[in-house]
Each structure stands twice: as structure tokens, then as C-alpha cells.
Design a protein around this ligand. Structure first.
Ligand SMILES: Nc1ncnc2c1ncn2[C@@H]1O[C@H](COP(=O)(O)OP(=O)(O)OP(=O)(O)O)[C@@H](O)[C@H]1O
Ligand SMILES: [Mg+2]
Length: 342
């Protein structure tokens, strides 16, 4: 496998030598990858079951599709060369790579940005907040700039409060038009958001909480407001100033590898450690979703199932840990098993 995605912390491309395909499963209580298959027992001890009281894991819908297409067999015998014509046999994702910045380090300020607007940052933020709260952390969520308040859509903070119920949810500035925050301030004749006022607010919340999730607006380099010097600032600047880590919420479908690589590269050159969460994993994944998953796995820390934003908040909170890896307070610690149980 080759990929243009940079390896976190190095900026180097993760080539075939760097893929985790041959790494052992990282958790003793997970079944070894080679011994897993359709009848390989429970998915994960702490995964929610699909008994109507919880939401299936992202793999569940995929499971049906892949079983129908015979992909399970290919998964079990992963070392067998895949025939060029076997388009219905997607390559199984490999086990997670061992990367710096694992559990315990994702505390304090964590920026949730995305490869674009509308990629599922709000739902992913809610899921991370719910999982972290479930792990016993005190969690705050901050939305520095909410735009589009005149559209009648619920504000992101409202959605997160309803779904996850973190200890604190705050919106620092709101603007009526659905534009980037700096442009929205300009057209409304309102004061643009000032970088250091946001930094101060977040630091104050970090003193009172274990984890402060900061949901950006749109993607990483969207102009958020103005510095005291009059220069525009972005959430990338915010992450650097706060020494924060970043979660990049990405789409599952075609185009995501380029958008994700661009975003990871921009974070890497600023020295911001980052992980990816897929914002909306389809119930019936196609080949492109599986190949994208394979390429994103070295950086992946979660995948939120499509439809998660519409479910009952109690079910959302019970299910969230099953969508995220331990880095983000979840229990999804073996992508290989996740995919091979198809
Ligand atoms: N996993 C999901 N389940 C259900 N709906 C989703 C999911 N992910 C995203 N959506 C829906 O897709 C739309 C865009 O998602 P969302 O508002 O979370 O994007 P965003 O990245 O937060 O955008 P913004 O830049 O405006 O903050 C919303 O209508 C949301 O409800
Ligand atoms: Mg949002």
C-alpha cells in the first residue's frame, strides 16, 4: 500500500514499509487477527450490541455488505494475493500503528477540525465528549465562532449538549450569516473574534476540566477572526498557541485522501499532533470506503456511523465509546478485528 498521508510527527509519507499490516494486535484481550473470522466470538468486550438499545458499530452495516460479497473470506486469508478482478474483496484494514500521543495524553485542549465544513465535526465532537465523560473525565466543549445562526438550524453547542451532555458547553461568538467567522463578522458589522480572548477562555476552562474540545468552523485554515495586529487567525494558530492536539474529521468517500493529507500536512508542519475520525461511516460501504479506511488506518482514531446524530441521546452516549479508539477514550482498539468480523 502506498499513501500520500504524512506520518504524524515526521512529515514523511507512510509508505508500505511503514504500514502496520504486519504488526501484532495491540491488546491482549483482543483475538489475534489471524484467528478471527465470521465466528470469532464477540466483537469487543465493551462494544455495544445491536439489540435496539445501542447503535451498531460502523462495521456492522458493512458486515452485511461484505458477507454478501464474500469479502470475509479474503479477510481471513489476508496474505493471499488479491486477484485484480476481485473488486468485491476489499483489503482489510490493518491493526493500529503504535504512535506517540496515546491514552492519557489527549487531555487539556484538543482542537476538533475537519477537512471541510459539513463533515461531521459536531457529531464527532459529541461522541468524543460522551466517551471521555464515560471514562470519568470532566469535559468542556467550546465553539469559538458559530455562524449561520439566522438559518434556524440548531447551533453546534445545542447539538453537542443534547447528544453528549458534557459538563460545560459554550459558544464564544455568534454571527447570523452562514459564512466563515471573519467574513460573517465583517458583513454583519460585528467585532471579529480576537485570538487571545479565545485562548484565555479556553485556558480558563482547561483549569476546570480534564478535556476541552474546541470545535472549529469549517476546515483548518478558515479565517476565524483578527489578531491584535489586525492579521487574520485560524484554528491552526489557535492549536499552536494552546499547544493543543488535533482531531481531523474526514469524509469516508472519494476525495477524502487528498483533503485529509492536506490537513494533516498543514498540522504536521506546525507541530500539531493529529488523528483522524471519519465523521459519517456509511451503513453500506462501497469499495472506495474500504480502500480509504485502509489508507487512513495509521492515523485513525474513530469512525462515527452515519445516522448517529439522529439517535436518542442516551443511546448515543452508551454507543460512543465503540466508535473511538482508546486515544479518544473509546474501546475500538483493533481495526483489523473490526473489519475481519465482516
Ligand atoms: N454521523 C452522522 N450521523 C448523522 N448525521 C450526521 C453525521 N455526521 C454528520 N451528520 C449530519 O451532516 C451534517 C453536517 O454535519 P456537522 O454539522 O456535524 O458538520 P460540521 O463539520 O460540524 O460542520 P460546520 O463546519 O458547519 O460546523 C449535519 O446535518 C449533521 O447532522
Ligand atoms: Mg459543526
Amino acid at each position: 500500500m502506498t499513501t500520500a498521508l504524512p506520518t504524524p510527527g515526521t512529515g514523511a509519507p507512510a509508505g508500505s514499509d511503514a504500514t502496520p499490516r504486519d504488526l501484532p494486535a495491540t491488546d491482549d484481550h483482543m483475538p489475534a487477527a489471524a484467528s478471527t473470522g465470521h465466528d470469532a466470538g464477540p466483537r469487543h468486550p465493551a462494544m455495544p450490541s445491536s439489540d435496539g438499545d445501542t447503535v451498531p458499530n460502523p462495521g456492522d452495516g458493512a458486515a452485511d455488505a461484505a458477507v454478501e460479497s464474500g469479502a470475509g473470506e479474503a479477510s481471513v486469508e489476508r496474505d493471499r494475493p488479491v486477484a485484480a478482478t476481485a473488486v468485491s474483496e476489499p483489503e482489510p484494514p490493518a491493526a493500529p500503528q503504535s504512535l506517540p500521543g496515546e491514552p492519557g495524553e489527549w487531555r487539556g485542549a484538543v482542537l476538533v477540525t475537519g477537512t471541510d465544513t459539513g463533515v461531521g465535526k459536531t457529531i464527532a465532537t459529541a461522541a468524543i465528549a460522551a466517551a471521555a465523560q464515560g471514562a470519568g473525565l470532566r469535559v468542556a466543549v467550546i465553539k469559538p465562532g458559530q455562524t449561520g445562526t439566522a438559518t434556524g438550524d440548531p447551533a453546534d453547542a445545542e447539538v453537542i449538549a443534547r447528544l453528549a451532555g458534557p459538563d460545560t458547553v459554550r459558544t464564544l461568538a455568534s454571527f447570523p450569516d452562514p459564512l466563515a467567522p471573519l467574513a460573517a463578522a465583517r458583513v454583519a458589522g460585528l467585532e471579529p473574534i480576537e485570538l487571545y480572548s479565545v485562548v484565555d477562555e479556553i485556558r480558563a476552562e482547561a483549569d476546570k476540566h480534564d478535556l476541552v474540545l474546541i470545535e472549529g468552523a469549517g476546515g483548518l485554515l478558515v479565517p476565524m477572526g483578527l489578531r491584535p495586529s489586525g492579521e487574520p487567525w485560524t484554528v491552526a494558530d489557535l492549536a499552536v498557541t494552546l499547544d493543543a492536539k488535533a482531531v481531523v474529521v474526514a469524509r469516508a468517500g472519494l476525495g477524502t485522501l487528498n483533503h485529509t493529507a492536506l490537513t494533516l500536512e498543514a498540522l504536521d508542519r506546525r507541530g500539531v499532533p493529529a488523528r483522524i475520525v471519519i465523521g459519517s461511516w456509511p451503513a453500506a460501504p462501497e469499495l472506495v470506503h474500504w480502500t480509504n479506511l485502509t489508507d487512513l488506518v495509521p492515523h485513525l482514531a474513530g469512525a462515527i456511523p452515519d445516522g448517529a446524530g439522529a439517535i436518542d441521546p442516551g443511546v448515543f452516549r452508551r454507543s460512543a465509546s465503540g466508535w473511538l479508539t482508546p486515544t479518544l477514550y473509546g474501546v475500538l482498539d483493533d481495526w483489523r478485528t473490526w473489519a475481519e468480523e465482516l
